[in-house]
Design a protein around this ligand. Structure first.
Ligand SMILES: [Zn+2]
Length: 291
C-alpha cells in the first residue's frame, strides 16, 4: 500500500490513559496476555474474564510506562502504525462521505492500551478491535496487529487496513439504521440472533471491500490518498479468511452474547469481502437477502 502521513485527526489517542497493571493484578506476561487476546478474538469469549482477571496478584505498573498523565511511550514502529491507521481512516471516511453524502458522519479510532471505557461498557485488549454503536467510535489496541501477523499468518499493511475498514463498515451499518433494525429483530426473534449477527459481520466485510475498491484506483497516491498495490487485495482476503471477528458480544455490558456465536465461515468472509471489492457499491452488500 502507498499512503501519506496525515494530521491524526481521525485518531483519538488514549494510549497514555489506560493502565492494566494499576487497574488490577495481572499475573500474565505480555506474551500470555497476547495469546489470550488471540484466543478470545477467535472464540468470541472473553477468556481473560473467565480466568478471573488475575485476581490475587499484586498491582504492578506496566513496563512501558503508561500512566494517567496522558503521556505515552511508544516505539517508532508503533507511531508509524498510528499514522497509518489515520491515513486509512482518512481515506475510507472520504470514500464513505462520497458514497453516502449527508448520511455519513465522521468518526474516529480510539487507540487504547490494555483497557478502555466506552459507551458500550468497559473493554480490554482481549475484546479485540470493536465498534461501539452507542458512541459511534472504533476501539483498537494496536497490540492486536502483532497477533494478526504472528499467529494468524496474516501480515501486511492491507491486512491491518482491512480490520479497520471492517469496523468502519459497522459504523456505516449504524448510520444507515441497519444495526438498530437487526438488534430489534434479534430481540424479537432470539432464535435468529446468531444468523443475523453473521449477516451483520459479513456485510461489514463487504463494506470493507467497497472501500478497497475505491482505494484500488490508480493515481491516488500522487493525490495524497491511499493506493493499493498489486497483492494488497490478496492480503485482505487472507486476513478475512484467517480471522474471526471482534467485539460486541465480548463487551462487559454487551448487547449480544450468543454462546454459539459465529462470524461466518472463512469462505463466506472472503466471498463477501470480494463482492464489495469487485462492485465498489453498497448495494452489492445486501447480506440479508443475498445468502
Ligand atoms: Zn465485526
Amino acid at each position: 500500500m502507498r499512503w501519506s502521513r496525515g494530521d491524526r485527526t481521525n485518531i483519538n489517542d488514549l494510549r497514555g490513559r489506560s493502565s492494566l497493571g494499576f487497574r488490577r493484578g495481572m499475573p500474565l506476561g505480555i506474551g500470555g496476555l497476547l495469546a489470550i487476546l488471540l484466543l478470545s478474538w477467535l472464540t468470541g469469549t472473553d477468556i481473560l474474564s473467565l480466568l478471573g482477571g488475575g485476581a490475587g496478584g499484586p498491582p504492578q505498573p506496566t513496563s512501558d510506562a503508561v500512566g494517567t498523565s496522558g503521556s505515552v511511550t511508544a516505539t517508532p514502529e508503533e507511531e508509524e502504525l498510528v499514522d497509518f491507521m489515520d491515513a486509512v481512516m482518512a481515506d475510507a471516511q472520504q470514500t464513505w462521505d462520497q458514497l453516502l453524502g449527508e448520511r455519513y458522519e465522521r468518526t474516529k479510532v480510539v487507540l487504547f492500551r490494555d483497557q478502555v471505557d466506552s459507551a458500550c461498557g468497559s473493554a480490554e485488549s482481549a475484546t479485540g478491535p470493536f465498534y461501539c454503536p452507542a458512541d459511534r467510535q472504533i476501539y483498537l489496541d494496536l497490540s492486536f496487529f502483532d497477533e494478526l501477523r504472528r499467529r494468524f499468518g496474516a501480515p501486511g499493511d492491507f491486512a491491518q487496513a482491512y480490520v479497520v475498514a471492517h469496523e468502519l463498515g459497522h459504523h456505516v451499518q449504524s448510520l444507515l439504521g441497519i444495526e438498530r433494525r437487526v438488534r430489534a429483530q434479534q430481540r424479537a426473534n432470539p432464535g435468529q440472533a446468531n444468523a443475523l449477527s453473521v449477516r451483520m459481520e459479513l456485510q461489514a466485510d463487504c463494506l470493507a471491500g467497497v472501500w478497497g475498491h475505491a482505494a484500488s484506483g490508480s493515481g491516488r497516491a500522487a493525490r495524497g490518498l491511499v493506493e493499493l498495490e498489486p497483492g494488497d487485495a490478496e492480503e485482505g482476503l487472507r486476513a478475512a479468511a484467517a480471522i474471526g471477528d471482534d467485539r460486541l458480544q465480548r463487551m462487559s455490558r454487551g448487547q449480544v452474547v450468543p454462546d454459539a456465536f459465529t462470524h461466518g465461515s472463512s469462505q463466506q468472509r472472503v466471498e463477501w469481502f470480494n463482492r464489495g471489492l469487485r462492485a465498489g457499491r453498497v448495494d452489492a452488500c445486501d447480506t440479508f437477502n443475498g445468502m
